[in-house]
Design a protein around this ligand. Structure first.
Ligand SMILES: C[S@@+](CC[C@H](N)C(=O)[O-])C[C@H]1O[C@@H](n2cnc3c(N)ncnc32)[C@H](O)[C@@H]1O
Length: 300
């Protein structure tokens, strides 16, 4: 396990908080295409997390579900399949390429899920139109999380439930930080992974998450640690490091020599996750649950 301060060492100084626009740009650029290309591998890798969300929605119920930051729609489609004709599942995401990929999957598989291109922080969702809100790793990127969860609260009915999965700390997720740590000496401009701003680990602190939800009109906030086994085929590992996440982003536009050097430096550090033809790691996450209660906050 990494020491808790390992990111402090590789965090470049003078990082500004990304604005909502920067996040939108980020999720519409190279990252989105990489996610769309890798959708099957990523959904397989994170199937255990999908199952936890899907199992929480009663099969065949008439629930109206909103999947926030749905990406290429794996969890939205799985929930829609479980709900059947009785229910309704909508996936919302800021990323055009990912929403396009999600719609294509729904059409290909004949699943009646709907996808909207929307910033969940500000989108004018119909008031009280959903009774279940879910997300797998789609809620850590808001530049104003209280505004975002208040907006989601207004979209929710007064007895709605919220179940979202977010990463615990970087230190508890060494698989996610190995590439960044090993590549840092070769890629000096690697981005930070802030624990208190938009980013992968911004929900690591349970008190911060509870405060955000309390302030945005959600009650009975509960964070349960979940440790979920994830796997990917070993031949996919290099692509995972090269295409996705901060190392993938930092490698874009770099020459072949630099890319080769980085992969050569990074790959041996992943050996401890490789078991024959399979890569295994534990996703250390929070299952964050809350209930709508009282009056939704007014917009503004
Ligand atoms: C780590 S990906 C997770 C994707 C998907 N939930 C999954 O499990 O495959 C984060 C997603 O959140 C989306 N996202 C980021 N900020 C958002 C916002 N303000 N509103 C809606 N979606 C957002 C990104 O475009 C991206 O698809």
């Amino acid at each position: 396990m990494l020491p808790t301060n390992s990111f402090a060492r590789i965090r470049p100084m003078g990082i500004t908080q990304p604005t909502s626009d920067e996040q939108t740009n980020h999720w519409n650029a190279i990252t989105a295409n990489a996610w769309a290309d890798a959708q099957d591998m990523l959904d397989q890798m994170m199937k255990g997390l999908e199952d936890l969300l899907v199992d929480g929605v009663a099969a065949g119920s008439g629930r109206r579900v909103l999947d926030v930051g749905c990406g290429t729609g794996g969890t939205t489609l799985a929930v829609a399949r479980r709900l059947g004709a009785e229910g309704h599942c909508v996936g919302a995401d800021v990323s055009e390429p990912m929403i396009a990929a999600a719609r294509a999957r729904a059409e290909r598989d004949g699943i009646p899920a709907h996808f909207i291109l929307a910033d969940a922080q500000t989108h004018p969702f119909e008031r009280a139109s959903v009774d279940t809100i879910i997300s797998r790793f789609g809620v850590m990127f808001f530049n104003d999380p209280v505004q975002a969860f208040a907006n989601l609260r207004r979209a929710a009915t007064d007895d709605a439930t919220l179940h979202v999965i977010a990463w615990r700390s970087a230190a508890e997720n060494p698989f996610m930080t190995t590439g960044l740590r090993e590549a840092a000496p070769l890629l000096p401009n690697l981005p930070a992974l802030p624990a208190d701003g938009p980013g992968q680990f911004s929900f690591a602190d349970p008190q911060r998450v509870a405060a955000i939800l309390d302030a945005s009109g959600w009650a009975d906030v509960d964070l349960q640690p979940i440790d979920v086994r994830c796997t990917l085929p070993e031949p996919e590992l290099i692509g995972f490091v090269q295409q996705l996440g901060p190392v993938g982003l930092a490698l874009q536009g770099k020459d072949e020599r630099t890319r080769g050097q980085v992969i050569e430096a990074v790959r041996p550090a992943f050996d401890r996750f490789v078991h024959g033809t399979e890569v295994r790691f534990t996703a250390a996450c929070w299952m964050v649950s809350a209930q709508a209660s009282g009056q939704p906050p007014t917009a503004g």
